[in-house]
Design a protein around this ligand. Structure first.
Ligand SMILES: [Zn+2]
Length: 387
């Protein structure tokens, strides 16, 4: 049996919270990996022996990032739209249709190659678990194809047939919702763990979203919601009502939304790459944290509103732009993401957890926010294997 001891860790973020430190920080620490699991974590002086040793050189180790919200199976590019927006054109949800056209035109091989590139990008930035949504096919065959391709790279596949109303259904909304709840869901459910709906003005109403989420749950999928991104909508209250694992964006909330989240098991997933890339106001993370809502950070990597896969950037934005502490932000990007995927085997460095860890080229996790844009990921272990 192979065991590896990572020792001489200057600062270990375990996420086994203690009063006053949700990150459960241990200095002068060590971690023992046994096969694909963490066997032990604690003070280096107390470390058990192992068949192999890695010297961390006083650097920091954190759990692998958990990116609970991405849209990585797509064709095309929308750099021109980004440039226009930066020159003053406002963001509108309809740009998704451009990507739908390009995705439908792409071959499986093209989509698979692109996806493999994104996976390498994620791993290189310390992300060890990531969710991938469909939503750029919007026909039965194309959505099933995207779900199948996503399932080749992750267990966390989300069926998002209700991303935007496809152009060919402009005057037949009800027929499209019927299709999503029926044939399209049936084709995608075997490849998916989750069902998601874009509940927003310009996308789907809360009534439509409720029908779709209920249909998905009846097929064994679990719910997540895109909500309250562009205005005060009903997405958050819908998410809580259906016990969604997460409601994502949460940029525009009223007191009732915050209270509903605080009283629920639904995670508020904040996606600051979107506000950065669309020049919208950031969500009020402090209000959520002060109300004891569980907060996650994710990239929302997609070609329209946030074409970045960098979780370190999300941490930096959360700290700089949303007044989260570094500790809160790193927890939200790791343990918070795990909660948003309802996973209890990732997001922490403790016995029995999957051995998903990141060795930073830095003495402390603070550098993730203090040195924005700098590649600080030195070594990544996924299931105990160095990537
Ligand atoms: Zn999204």
């Amino acid at each position: 049996m192979t065991t590896t001891l990572i020792t001489n860790i200057g600062e270990l973020t375990t996420n086994v919270g203690v009063p006053g430190d949700v990150c459960g920080t241990i200095h002068a620490a060590a971690v023992l990996i046994d096969d694909d699991r963490i066997a032990w974590a604690g003070a280096a002086a107390d470390a058990p022996s192992a068949s192999a040793t890695v010297d961390a050189g006083g650097r920091a180790v954190i759990p692998g990032f958990v990116d609970s919200h991405t849209h990585l199976v797509f064709g095309g590019d929308r750099a021109d739209e980004f440039e226009a927006r930066m020159s003053g054109t406002p963001y509108a949800a309809g740009g998704i249709r451009r990507t739908v056209a390009a995705t439908r035109a792409a071959t499986d091989a093209e989509l698979r190659e692109r996806l493999a590139g994104f996976v390498a990008e994620l791993h290189g930035q310390g992300t060890t678990t990531f969710e991938v949504k469909t939503g750029y096919g919007l026909t039965v065959d194309d959505e099933a194809r995207l779900a199948r391709l996503a399932a080749e790279v992750t267990d966390e596949v989300t069926f998002l047939g209700a991303h935007v109303l496809p152009t060919e259904y402009t005057d037949r909304r009800d027929q499209y919702v019927d299709l999503v709840c029926g044939e399209m869901l049936a084709a995608c459910a075997p490849h998916s763990r989750w069902i998601d709906v874009f509940c927003e003005t310009g996308a789907f109403t809360s009534g439509e979203a409720r029908r779709i989420l209920d249909a998905g749950k009846a097929r064994g999928l679990r719910a997540r919601v895109h909500g309250n991104q562009l205005g005060h909508g009903e997405g958050v209250r819908l998410a809580v009502a259906v016990d969604a694992a997460s409601v994502d964006h949460c940029t525009y909330l009223d007191d009732e939304d915050v209270a509903a989240l605080a009283a629920s098991d639904t995670v508020a997933t904040l996606l600051p790459g979107v506000e950065f890339s669309t020049r919208q106001p950031y969500p009020d993370a402090r209000r959520l944290l002060d109300a004891r809502v569980t907060v996650a950070l994710a990239s929302d990597c997609n070609p329209g509103s946030s074409f970045t896969s960098s979780m370190p950037l999300m941490v930096a934005l959360a700290v700089r732009e949303m007044n989260m502490t570094v500790t809160e932000a790193v927890w939200a990007a790791t343990a918070g993401g795990a909660r948003a995927l309802r996973r209890d085997d990732i997001g922490a460095i403790a016995p029995g957890m999957r051995a998903d860890l990141v060795l930073l080229d830095a003495p402390t996790r603070i550098h993730l926010a203090y040195r924005p844009g700098v590649p600080l990921v030195r070594t990544v272990w996924k299931d105990g294997v160095v990537l």
